[in-house]
Structures are given as C-alpha cells and as structure tokens.
Write a protein that binds this ligand. Sequence first.
Ligand SMILES: NC(=O)c1ccc[n+]([C@@H]2O[C@H](COP(=O)([O-])OP(=O)(O)OC[C@H]3O[C@@H](n4cnc5c(N)ncnc54)[C@H](O)[C@@H]3O)[C@@H](O)[C@H]2O)c1
Length: 423
Amino acid sequence: MNKDKIAIVGLGYVGLPLAHAFSEKYEVVGYDINQARVDELENSFDRTQELTSVQLQEAKKNGIKFTTAFEEMKNSNIYIVTVPTPIDKKNEPDLTPILKSTQSVAKVLKKGDIVIYESTVYPGVTEEVCVPILEEGSGLKFNETFFCGYSPERINPGDKEHTVTKILKITSGSTPEIAKKVDELYKSIITAGTYLAANIKVAEAAKVIENTQRDVNIALMNELAMIFDTMGIDTNAVLEAAATKWNFIKLSPGLVGGHCIGIDPYYLVHKAQSLGYTPNLILGARHINNGMSKLIADKAIKFMIKEDKKLKGANVLVLGITFKENCPDMRNTKVVDIISELREYECNVDVYDYWVDESDKKTKDVPFIDELSYGSNKYDSIIVAVGHDKFKTITQEEFTSLSNGKPIIIDVKGIVENPTWRL
Ligand SMILES: NC(=O)c1ccc[n+]([C@@H]2O[C@H](COP(=O)([O-])OP(=O)(O)OC[C@H]3O[C@@H](n4cnc5c(N)ncnc54)[C@H](O)[C@@H]3O)[C@@H](O)[C@H]2O)c1
C-alpha cells in the first residue's frame, strides 16, 4: 500500500469508480452525505451500475470504508472532491454541494494536506471560491500549509469501454511541486496516462469547454435537422454524405440531457457574464438543444392529426427515458419534456425503460409500464426516445402489433428501420 491516504468526497458516478481504482493501491475512505447510498455500497450494491458487486467486494477486501461521518476522513492526507455541480431554475450554477463538502473537508484538513477537485466548475472555483472556505475552516494557509489541485473527470456513464483508468486525465496543482505530486498520484492508477496542465484554471477551463464544444456542435446538427426537415431532406443521409470529407465533425442531432453537456456550458456562461461578456453562440446552442423536446412532441401530434386520431385520450408509448442509451441515469433527461408536452394535449403517455431501477421510477411523475404489450394494438403513436440496445431489435411487426391502426413511429435516435419521422 502507498503511504498516501485518500478520502473521496461524494460517491456518485464519478466518485465511486475512482474510489475503487485508488483502493487497489491506497488506503481509501469514501465519504457521502447520503446514508442510503452508503448503506447500499456497504452491501456491495451500486445503483448507478458503474461498479459490479464483485468490484465493490474487491474494494472492501482492499480495506475501503464508506461513511457518512466526515470525521472518518481525518487520517487522510489527500481529499478528492467529486460532488454534483448542478444549476438552479435560472440556469445559474448551484455551488451548494461544492461549498458544503469543502466545509466538511476544512474541518479535518491538516498541515501538508492536498485537496483536489474533480467536479466540473467554471475557471476560478477552486482558488477563488473553495480555497477561502478551506482557509477559514482549517485555520491553515493556502500554498503554505495546505495545497490544492484540479483534475477533471471525463467518464461517460454507461460506457464500459472508457472507464476511469482508461481515459487520459488532466491534472494540475497549486504549486509546481504539488502539480507534480497530483500528476504522479493519478499516474499511479490511470493506465491511459495524464496531462499536466499549466495551472488549475487551465484545467478547470479545459473540462468545461470539452462539454461546451459538444453542446454547440450538437446544436448545429439539431438546427440542420430542422432546416432539412422543412425541405423534406433526410438529415442522416446528408450527414453520412458530408462525413466522407476527412475533417467533417460527425455528430447526430438529438436530445441533450444529463448531468454534464446540458449543464456545464451554463457554468462558463455565468463566469463570462460576470465579467461583462455575453457568450451568444453558447447560449444560442443551449436554446436550440432545449427546444428539441417540444419539436419531437409536436411531430407526434402532427402525424396523429394527419391520421385523424383524437388527441385527447390518445395513447402514446415513449420508449426510453434515461438521458442516454444503455445507462440508468435519468438526471436532467429531456424525455420528460416530451411527455409534459404530450400531456398538454391530454394524451395518455406510457413509458417503457428497462434500464431504470424500480426505486428510481418513483422519483419521476411518469407512468412506467413493466413490459411491452405486443399484440395489444394500443398505441396511437410510439416515440423511440432513447437508443437502448433492446429497442434496436424491435421488429416492424412488433411495432405494428403495439399500434392502433397504422403505426406512427417517431424515431429520435435513428434506430428504427421505417419510422414515420426521424430526427
Ligand atoms: N456523471 C458523469 O458522467 C460525469 C462525468 C464527468 C464529470 N462529472 C462531474 O463530476 C461531478 C460529480 O458528478 P456525479 O455524476 O458523480 O454526481 P452524482 O450525483 O452521481 O454523485 C455525487 C455524490 O455526491 C454526494 N454529495 C452531495 N453533496 C455532498 C456533500 N456535501 N458531501 C459529500 N457528498 C456529497 C451525493 O450524495 C452523491 O452521492 C459533477 O461536477 C459532474 O459534473 C460527471
């Protein structure tokens, strides 16, 4: 075992796999404020499905401790903060979890300790927001008696190939010596290697622009899809053709939900606006991407009207509600906006998503069904909202046996052979 003792603060999608990876070489304490989450982890169950129960048992064998008591971090000398960074109703950063977790760390911080942030933030959060809290709570002095680092996480929920140790990791530190130490710490577990950034703000900015770039590029695809739709041109066929050029960036139109891509750009927007710059391109992209749910619901409505269906009481089946394919994560899913829009027309909506955990279903005000009622001829329209693997295998006959009359299939993900409409 290495002599450094690591505390992971926040045991979610990011923190838990990291805690597992470090536990192979270091003494690790995993701290989280959610007692239910800690209890489940103690029982080797990870509802995010990032770790298997075997991996959790391995971590336990390696001595990992999961706790809701921050005092149990007191023997650690490196604290890695992986708490959520959401936005509020006005799309402003909500730094509450970062502030509160930093206060907890400050209470156990000792001379020589290093606090590394992994949560996605705007440039400046580590040094301008967190450091003063750490100084005040600990009585220590930044870059004299304690130090900081920032190393953004790049994992992709549900992706079993690009797992934490297999993704090159950006590292940084508050002094050149600490930067080297932080880099070496991650190098010891990340087989894909590390990239030592010039400083903490560069590392913070690099992460937030990775997701902003993706958001803006997807917005362009969505805008193109809307243009081509009005022209009666198949967007996918256009993208296939354009992608034959070596430098064309191929992305697909679609819903942008989840905890990262649809959220992180607002962090950069907030910082830019606080400095007097309005980032119109980034805000425009957010506006386009947020509008896609309404467009999709409107398409279902339009095709039902065309087929003389009565909208009030029409049965609509929504296939998939998670924010992306093959994962159980429903955070900030834009599928719920499609459902709300359909309900405005008083349609009855059924949702089928075999990825969502039973207990998580209660957290959303949507009617989940447990299985697909083939042969029921129930649905006036079917919206394939998420590209889960199982949905790719539904045959034309099966769609017909679910449909009331001529099937109306709205395919958001381009996975149905003969949809009525495809984004
Ligand atoms: N999910 C991803 O794929 C992903 C990828 C890259 C970066 N990120 C970033 O990583 C950060 C964490 O994301 P996540 O998906 O792991 O979030 P998450 O919601 O899955 O997990 C966060 C955990 O932190 C805990 N927590 C909240 N407040 C706390 C506090 N005061 N003290 C201790 N624990 C606390 C929560 O109970 C939760 O278990 C975010 O900034 C996110 O943007 C996420």
